[in-house]
Design a protein around this ligand. Sequence first.
Ligand SMILES: [Zn+2]
Length: 251
Amino acid sequence: MYRVTIRFYEELNDFLPPERRKRDFEFEFSGRRSIKDLIESLGVPHVEIDLILVNGESVGFDRIVADGDRISVYPVFETLDIGNVTRLRPDPLRDPRFVLDVHLRKLARHLRLLGFDVDWLPDRDDDALAEIAERDGRILLSRDRQLMMRKIVARGLYVRNTDPEKQVEEVLDRLHLRDACRPFTRCVECNGLMEPLDTDASGFDAAAAIPPGVLAWCREYYRCAECGRVYWKGSHYDKLKKRVEGMLNGG
Ligand SMILES: [Zn+2]
């Protein structure tokens, strides 16, 4: 038997039962185990972890746990000064490109509205999601903890909230992304980039793409470079603009 003392910090406690939160607790197990296996067996996905100290020294996920170890586990953080230790993540979650679980459709649209590169399709299974995250170096967002524990998923965030508007806040706050928002630069339907559209250009059938009531007054149009959808700043835009301002101002 091995007996260790372990403590999780900050939002990693969300994954623990109340009696194990924000305190040292003892844990017993048998057999040789890596620290990654031990931590995930307690319900905390490795993608959320940035630093592990064992007896005061930073270690990697593959460190084999020894009897009597004191283990401290810290989340991905950008602001806290943790001094001269080796983080598990040489490459922090600063490159905000995402792949989203099929269940997070509304979050996908909100993040695209804010200009983030979001890969989302309605029919992907867990294998496909994990592969895309690895292959494209995208941050996987999901509410499926098991998916987050897959070995090939190196960058990910378990989304705590269930309400889509709160989910956006959560992602922006936890990854410090408010300054990276570029609202109205991306197509919410397909993730393509928007480009200004010249409705007088030859070959463009404005009457077919834009309702006559809009053509009569609107002079400024954008088109998605991928799917060709045409956007303009109509009454819907005002509503979206308010929503974007709400998200950026924190509610
Ligand atoms: Zn599009």
